[in-house]
Write a protein that binds this ligand. Structure first.
Ligand SMILES: Cc1ncc(COP(=O)(O)O)c(C=O)c1O
Length: 396
């Protein structure tokens, strides 16, 4: 029983989306996330759209740790952190994350979304200014909307624009600059050394959301700061445990003890919602262990990425340049990106098309994501399909 006016309006809007080819149809995965996935009705396809960058989502030691965690701690926490939702395994994981990132402390959340949404409002007030890259992740945008500080946006990775916003906000008590470490739709790496230099010059706080870089960038997978040799130089790092680091669920904020203690007192996305399932914390710990015990994984990811990127370029595609395993190919209109994705799926390659509002209007794309778990034959199969479908649609 849903209000008739709402039902009719939504039905109209959904019909328009279907007619213009931008309606999202959800596919159902029948087994584990891996270099290939079994899709309901389609069978096994090469998986080029998962954040499972290191393949740890299906790694047996991680799965076993999750099972053992559920046996020991039960299904969930049935409580928020400050009542009775903080388990010993949360503390163990938080110490481990802080060691991994060389920060004083960290705090887990149910997701990186929750970490970002709960970060800005407690730390900033109307006397402060929050300065955000125009292409930052939606969770940063929403987190910023919940915060009473003045908000300013700088042009994507544009240091002149960032300098102007810092200059224009000299009267603020605190300036906080926030950027994705790796931009999820572009695969670009934020110029952290330049951003840090500007933050230092203007006494601003630097926040980096490293969700697509944790476990991925840097010689040992410690993320964008390690990539630039900037350990200990980021004021606050947020990230996810739902991508390279096990792929289950969970996120965290890592910073000084004072920041983490303050968030424990005041961050609403852990004060008023259940904490991360203990079994997920066990899985994340096992994923970090696995990464540290298999240092070749990040090299493998880089090699696979280089193979796939050069293969694409040889076919005539022009992916957005970069060195991360996010390899987007811009096609323009949303319907064209959806069409390319649908045709690739028919050829046994799973890669999703993205359009507005996920990416700017006119910049619709397919986003290919490479994993260390891909074997060369998976990437060859994907490239072969891209050759055929690209020619059929007149893209290459
Ligand atoms: C940059 C960035 N931040 C945060 C998130 C949210 O991560 P989670 O799935 O842990 O909420 C994502 C996920 O897409 C992301 O790309």
């Amino acid at each position: 029983m849903v209000n008739r006016g709402l039902r009719e309006r939504l039905a109209d809007e959904l019909a328009t989306m279907r007619a213009s080819g931008v309606h999202k149809e959800l596919l159902h995965i029948m087994g584990r996330q891996g270099p290939t996935v079994d899709i309901d009705g389609l069978g096994e396809t090469v998986n080029l759209c998962s954040n499972n960058y290191l393949g740890l989502c299906g790694e047996q030691s991680v799965v076993d740790a999750v099972k053992a965690g559920a046996d020991r701690y039960g299904a969930g926490t049935s409580s928020v952190r400050f009542i009775c939702g903080t388990f010993q395994i949360h503390r163990e994981l938080e110490i481990r994350i802080a060691d991994f990132l060389e920060t004083e402390a960290s705090m887990t959340y149910t997701s990186a979304w929750a970490a970002n949404e709960g970060l800005f409002a407690p730390l900033l007030s109307p006397d402060d200014v929050l300065i955000s890259d125009r292409l930052n992740h939606a969770s940063i945008i929403d987190g910023a909307r919940l915060c009473k500080a003045r908000r300013m946006v700088y042009a994507h990775m544009d240091m002149d624009s960032l300098r102007e916003t810092l200059e224009a906000s000299r009267d603020a008590r605190h300036r906080m600059v926030v950027t994705d470490g790796v931009f999820s739709m572009e695969g670009e790496i934020a110029p952290l050394p330049d951003i840090r230099e500007l933050c230092d010059r203007y006494d601003a706080i630097l926040v980096v959301d490293d969700s697509h870089a944790s476990g991925v960038l840097g010689p040992t997978g410690r993320g964008t700061p390690e990539h630039f040799g900037m350990h200990g130089e980021i004021d606050i790092i947020t990230s996810t445990l739902g991508k390279a680091l096990g792929g289950m669920a969970g996120g965290f904020t890592a910073s000084s003890s004072a920041v983490i203690d303050y968030l424990t007192q005041a961050s609403r996305t852990q004060l008023f919602t259940n904490s991360m399932a203990p079994s997920a914390a066990c899985g994340a710990l096992a994923a970090i262990d696995h990464l540290e015990n298999h240092p070749g994984l990040t090299d493998r990811l880089r090699e696979n990425t280089a193979q796939f990127r050069s293969g694409l370029e040889e076919l005539g595609y022009k992916p957005i340049p970069g060195e991360t395993p996010i390899v987007p190919v811009i096609v323009g209109a949303t319907a064209d990106a959806m069409k390319l994705s649908a045709e690739l799926l028919k050829e046994g390659v799973f890669v999703i098309g993205f359009g507005f509002p996920v990416v700017p209007r006119g910049e619709a794309r397919i986003r290919c994501q490479v994993s260390a778990a891909h074997e060369p034959e998976h990437l060859d199969q994907a490239l072969e399909a891209l050759r055929g479908v690209g020619a059929k649609l007149g893209i290459v």
